[in-house]
Design a protein around this ligand. Structure first.
Ligand code: FES
Length: 188
């Protein structure tokens, strides 16, 4: 089974790997092994390394954040879904924290969406009809609020992944996860 994801299409083509010199984007995928997965692979290896769906359904996924620089985003696969992980900049954090909840269609404080302000972890599936929003790759549109943009029907998410404009009814969901140490998280 192939696990691929591309902007705007949950089952779209294989995402491209950007040049390693580009600093704000890394595209990784995790692979679950048994109950807890630790390995990280880039997209082209997913076909060979993808575990069975029943394994994925049960698995947690561990992600090493130590190589993700400020301003970089990666996408990992967890239970068959893309999970966006962004190492937010100070500006992004300030912007996310300064928004009045009354301005939000799905009011949620930024502090309630993160374990640590610099790390945003969320399922990268638009809450409208399930497209994968843009905003992970360099050059992607980040929408009117500097976060993510779903071009399918025009939903704009902010730097906390909260819906701000467009038909999506809810914020990008934050999966259950925890820091297992300073630079590693376990999702699921
Ligand atoms: S699926 Fe994202 S706006 Fe419709």
């Amino acid at each position: 089974m192939s696990e691929t994801a591309d902007a705007g299409h949950p089952t779209g083509g294989v995402a491209e790997i950007d040049e390693p010199t580009r600093r704000d984007f890394l595209l990784w995928s995790t692979i679950a092994v048994g109950g807890v997965g630790t390995a990280i692979a880039v997209w082209p290896f997913i076909d060979q390394m993808n575990p069975a769906a029943d394994t994925l359904a049960l698995a947690s996924t561990e992600v090493d954040l130590s190589q993700i620089e400020v301003g970089q985003s990666i996408t990992v696969i967890w239970r068959g879904k893309p999970v966006f992980i962004r190492h937010r900049t100070e500006e992004e954090i300030k912007e996310a924290e300064s928004v009045e909840l009354s301005a939000l269609p799905d009011p949620q404080a930024d502090a309630d969406r993160v374990e640590k302000p610099e790390w945003l972890v969320m399922v990268g599936v638009c809450t409208h009809l399930g497209c994968i929003p843009l905003g992970q790759k360099p050059g992607d549109s980040k929408g009117d609020f500097g976060g993510w943009f779903c071009p399918c029907h025009g939903s704009h998410y902010d730097t906390s992944g909260r819906i701000r404009k467009g038909p999506a009814p809810a914020n990008l969901p934050v999966p259950a996860y925890e820091f297992t140490d300073d630079t590693n998280i376990r999702i699921g």
